[in-house]
Design a protein around this ligand. Structure first.
Ligand SMILES: Nc1ncnc2c1ncn2[C@@H]1O[C@H](COP(=O)(O)OP(=O)(O)OP(=O)(O)O)[C@@H](O)[C@H]1O
Ligand SMILES: [Mg+2]
Length: 234
């Protein structure tokens, strides 16, 4: 995928009749059933629904951590069915992902977790420190730069994961419960950071089971229930 192809993508996400069934021994679990929607460049959409509704499953299909059982998934203009390994890596470099469980590298400090992303994607050395600290400042975590993940509160770990996801100013931010472990004030601050990133031109898909938060955001809200997209409003 060339950078030009990514910049030209006007439809950032397109799902067509997506089903995802997990098989655990003899049991089939339909995690997503017949889900279709698209998200245009510049949108800020909230993906909501109760625990187990399929939010994480849907996001995992978008960064090609898993593949659908049926249906089509297009992200940044790419048909994920036909992407080979190298192109998957290129796709992921254009995405910012905040995982529900933070997934920080435990043997590296907060600073190193963020600098690592910049290093492996070829950021010039002299820019790395400044850019990593810009991202840490944005999430209010510069004072904890030298801490290891195990020394962070859950909320701090989530903010570190957000810093890592936004440090490269991704075309598309996929955030899975980025405020799930945070109290009201801190959740509002993290939300402000995500809104800033969105205003900077990043398209955002924000998953949360907290319905009031979704309502407060007042943007397009996609609601999953038992793996089905039951509402698409705003
Ligand atoms: N790897 C897996 N193997 C088997 N079943 C799975 C797997 N991942 C998810 N599921 C099942 O798929 C359904 C959807 O799970 P998912 O994690 O997508 O829900 P969610 O909306 O993100 O929930 P939460 O709000 O609790 O994070 C659930 O029934 C879950 O148990
Ligand atoms: Mg989830």
């Amino acid at each position: 995928m060339t950078p030009a192809a990514i910049i030209d993508a006007v439809v950032m996400i397109e799902l067509h009749r997506v089903c995802k069934v997990y098989h655990v021994g003899p049991v089939s679990i339909p995690a997503l059933s017949d889900v279709s929607f698209s998200l245009a460049k510049g949108e800020f959409a909230v993906l909501t629904g109760p625990s187990g509704a399929g939010k994480t499953t849907l996001l995992r299909l978008l960064y090609r951590d898993d593949v659908p059982s049926e249906g089509e998934v297009h992200v940044l203009g790419q048909d994920l069915r036909t992407l080979g390994g190298r192109r998957v890596a290129a796709l992921r470099r254009s995405l910012g992902v905040v995982f529900q469980d933070a997934k920080l590298l435990p043997g590296r400090t907060v600073y190193e977790n963020i600098a690592f992303v910049l290093r492996v994607t070829g950021t010039p050395r002299r820019q790395i420190t400044a850019r990593a600290f810009d991202a840490l400042r944005a999430v209010g975590l510069s004072a904890r730069a030298q801490a290891y993940p195990a020394q962070l509160s859950q909320g701090e770990a989530q903010r570190a994961a957000l810093a890592r996801a936004i440090v490269r100013k991704p075309a598309l931010l996929l955030a899975d419960e980025p405020t799930g472990n945070l109290d009201g004030d801190m959740a509002a601050e993290v939300l402000d950071v995500i809104k800033d990133v969105w205003q900077g031109g990043t398209t955002v898909l924000f998953a949360t089971h907290q319905a009031p938060l979704a309502a407060e955001l007042g943007r397009r809200t996609l609601t999953l229930l038992g793996g089905r997209l039951v509402k698409d409003e705003g």
